[in-house]
Design a protein around this ligand. Structure first.
Ligand code: NI
Length: 159
């Protein structure tokens, strides 16, 4: 496994709509494993494949103390409610902002082994799923801000 370089805004790959994975073959599994390794080495809870330069619909999410989630071709099929959350992104290091997200989501995807996953999520997991699926569509959380002055600097160090 390898730690991959995380692309940062305004890298154009972050604005590309990622394409569906047609078959979870050896190279896709290798990419997933490298994404997991890269996420573990970072301070984030989720990573989309285009953040490491591969415009494929794959995300990995690791909420502290929870099971690792690999979502291939994820689709948010239902959302409920809304709430204000503080959000950051590994591709926009050193900043965060308050935005509005749905409170719960239902997501449908395939796992690393190709098996169908259906999952209802709330709290941080729901937020992470929405953030990562946005990445696959070329959307960054800053797109929801009216004004870049709403970005707050964090003291997360050299990241
Ligand atoms: Ni992000």
């Amino acid at each position: 496994m390898a730690v991959l370089k995380i692309r940062t805004n305004p890298d154009p790959v972050l604005r590309k709509k990622s394409v569906k994975v047609t078959s979870i073959d050896e190279s896709v599994r290798r990419l997933i494993d490298n994404m997991i390794e890269t996420l573990r080495e970072s301070s984030g809870v989720g990573l989309a494949a285009n953040q490491v330069g591969a415009p494929l619909r794959i995300v990995v999410i690791q909420i502290p103390e929870e099971e690792l989630l690999v979502l291939v071709n994820p689709e948010i099929v239902e959302t409920t409610g809304e709430r204000t959350v503080v959000e950051g992104c590994l591709s926009i290091p050193g900043y965060q902002a308050e935005i509005c997200r749905a409170e719960t989501v239902k997501v449908k995807a395939k796992g690393r082994n190709g098996k169908l996953i259906r999952r209802k999520a709330s709290d941080l997991l729901a937020q992470a799923i929405q953030h990562e699926v946005d990445h696959l569509n070329g959307v960054l959380y800053i797109d929801y801000l009216d004004d870049m002055s709403q970005l707050v600097k964090t003291d997360s160090g050299p990241d």
